[in-house]
Design a protein around this ligand. Structure first.
Ligand code: SAM
Length: 276
């Protein structure tokens, strides 16, 4: 590590930052690993990074050391703020710390000009909720030019899953409708303190300029919810409250198919059909 800050174990001891289960805290101590994640979030040279949940700052330090011009970090655990302020002191003018809940924050008030790169190691439920918030934003292209996020391996697989596979579902369609999504690498349980119960993966998403196929987002959400809500049923059954069999056929879809057999473009076609 090229910074002059103390090892993270010492930072955590000095600030009494015992991991809180209620905040989903599993910290990364290995600065070689956080640098690998920071590089995966790049290129960072000259960019602004939005980091959610910096905690004691392992990833924050790596983002700065890897050349981010500025990191804007939002953390809801007040106990972490003094440790983050020490990092801000070591990188003058390059780290802005915000106290608060990223779920309720309106990013448009923070980022007005050039798009930012987002990097985060978040608790599973917060990470998924934020991803959905960022994928369902009214503005497109969005405020971010990439998202590099840690998820449980199983959630990562759902994000990138293709049709006709076990993990393919609403999150896959929502993500792949207007982004490209890739799993970059796995992070073992033992990298975290305390270790979580399952393996994690780093996922990177980039926005497409245009969706894979046109659709109204709300209609797309309705149709994926109905179809995957009863994923074992044929579409003529699961979509009954939204579309009749003839309308499904008119959209170019076989009414005896099941949700997992449809491509993202097929879901967009069904969304257009309910919007008609
Ligand atoms: N990034 C650090 C690391 O890699 O060691 C901490 C990771 S820990 C899994 C998640 C962090 O997100 C915690 O510091 C927690 O307090 C914070 N957090 C949880 N929910 C949050 C929210 N809604 N908004 C902002 N921060 C949140």
């Amino acid at each position: 590590m090229t910074d002059a800050l103390p090892p993270l174990r010492e930072v955590i001891a000095a600030h009494g930052l015992s991991a809180k289960k209620s905040l989903g805290q599993n910290f990364l101590f290995d600065l070689n690993l956080t640098r690998r994640i920071a590089r995966a979030a790049g290129p960072l040279e000259g960019t602004t990074v939005y980091e959610v949940g910096p905690g004691p700052g392992g990833l924050t330090r790596a983002l700065l050391a890897e050349g981010a011009a500025k990191v804007i970090a939002v953390e809801r655990d007040e106990r972490c703020i003094p440790a983050l302020e020490e990092i801000a002191g070591a990188y003058p003018g390059r780290l802005e710390i915000l106290r608060g809940d990223a779920l309720t924050l309106d990013e448009r008030t923070l980022f007005k000009d050039e798009p930012v790169r987002v990097a985060a190691n978040l608790p599973y439920n917060v990470g998924t909720a934020l991803l959905v918030k960022w994928l369902t934003a009214a503005d497109w292209p969005p405020f971010w030019k990439s998202l590099t996020l840690m998820f449980q391996r199983e959630v990562a697989e759902r994000i990138v899953a293709k049709p006709d596979s076990e993990h393919y579902g609403r999150l896959s369609v929502l993500a792949q409708w207007r982004t490209t999504a890739k799993i970059l690498f796995d992070v073992s349980r033992s990298a975290f303190v305390p270790p979580p119960s399952v393996t994690s993966s780093i996922v990177r998403l980039e926005p497409l300029a245009e969706p894979v196929a046109p659709a109204n987002l709300r209609d797309l959400e309705k149709v994926t919810q109905a179809a995957f809500g009863q994923r074992r049923k044929m579409l003529r059954q699961s979509l009954k409250p939204l579309l009749g069999e003839d309308a499904i056929r008119a959209a170019g879809i076989d009414p005896t198919a099941r949700a997992e057999n449809l491509s993202v473009a097929d879901f967009a076609a069904l969304a257009r059909a309910i919007g008609r």
